[in-house]
Write a protein that binds this ligand. Structure first.
Ligand code: PMM
Length: 294
């Protein structure tokens, strides 16, 4: 899943794609570099960012979504507002990526009646804040599982739900690394899992002070490969080219586990994108093949 932020102030690429034509060209380029889905957002989740009204958010994202859909790109809308999600669905998005974690009470009904997949991202608060957890991985897993139950009650097809731990949203770097290291506990819920680590502050913390944002793409790509090996369905990234290469390595690594001449897997590694049987990777889903969306 490649990211196009149509915002003046996103922390990693703010202001680069405010012009709709540039944003559309960037989304097409991300698709051409290997993104199965392009995620379009109009509100920065950067710590301290000014909240954006749905009307302004819609004004930013809808022309870009329309242009990308016209160009045949599978599009996801990154929003916490049901109103924006509904308008984007009307334009043909394939995925609603709810960064509000279901905070908008109208969101469940909006996606329940639509032909879309729905990303439920975990959050107890905005990016930059940190909540108290007993055990962050168990708590996030339990809260996501409870959210799926509420969604099903509201009429959402569970086969269309994608889970996301919401790295950095009400979580410290330590929390984020624990969630990555124990990703299998989220995968074990039996739903596709999306991971959004790209260029985040905890990735930047691995680099020398003052390193430019672009330097975060290499460690982000390494996270993509490791997340794939851990069973993630997809990764949400800004630099698609580096993650596409990293995922090709992970795929090839997994394919090497097939015993020659037998077609039988050896070892215990999990081949990305094939494990759940519920992946939106077939039919009308947003990604195709055995690789995760990115
Ligand atoms: N992170 C950001 C925005 N949207 N969506 C999902 N599903 N998961 C994430 O981790 C996520 C997201 C913040 O990053 P950005 O400002 O670079 O887009």
């Amino acid at each position: 899943m490649g990211v196009v932020n149509v915002t003046p102030d996103s922390f990693s690429d703010g202001g680069e794609h405010l012009d709709p034509d540039r944003a559309i060209a960037h989304g097409i380029a991300l698709r051409d570099q290997g993104a199965a889905i392009v995620d379009v957002g109009g509100e920065s989740t950067r710590p301290g960012a000014t909240p954006v009204e749905p009307a302004e958010e819609a004004r930013r994202v809808l022309p870009v979504i329309a242009g990308l859909v016209d160009a045949g790109v599978a599009v996801s809308v990154d929003t916490r507002h049901a109103e924006v999600a509904a308008a984007a669905i009307g334009l043909g998005v394939r995925v609603v990526n709810d960064v509000g974690g279901g905070a908008d009470p109208a969101m469940a009904a909006t996606v329940a009646g639509a032909d879309v997949h729905y990303v439920v991202m975990h959050s107890r608060g905005p990016a930059g804040s940190a909540a108290e957890y007993d055990d962050v991985v168990r708590d996030v897993r339990d809260e996501l599982a409870a959210r799926v139950v509420r969604l099903v009650d509201a009429g959402v097809d569970p086969a269309r739900v994608i889970l996301d731990p919401g790295l950095g949203f009400s979580k410290t770097g330590e929390h984020n690394w624990a969630l990555l290291a124990r990703l299998g506990e989220l995968v074990s819920l039996g739903r596709p899992v999306l991971v959004g680590a790209s260029r985040k502050r905890f990735i930047g913390a691995l680099l020398p002070d003052g390193a430019p944002m672009r330097d975060r793409d290499l460690p982000s790509a390494v996270v993509s490969a490791l997340a794939a090996r851990a069973g993630a369905w997809g990764v949400r990234v800004h630099d698609v080219a580096s993650s596409a290469t990293a995922l090709a390595v992970a795929d090839r690594w997994a394919a090497g586990a097939v015993a020659p001449g037998t077609g039988t897997r050896t070892g215990t590694g999990t081949r990305t994108g094939t494990g759940t049987g519920t992946s939106p990777g077939t039919g009308t889903g947003p990604s195709s093949g055995t690789r995760p969306g990115r």
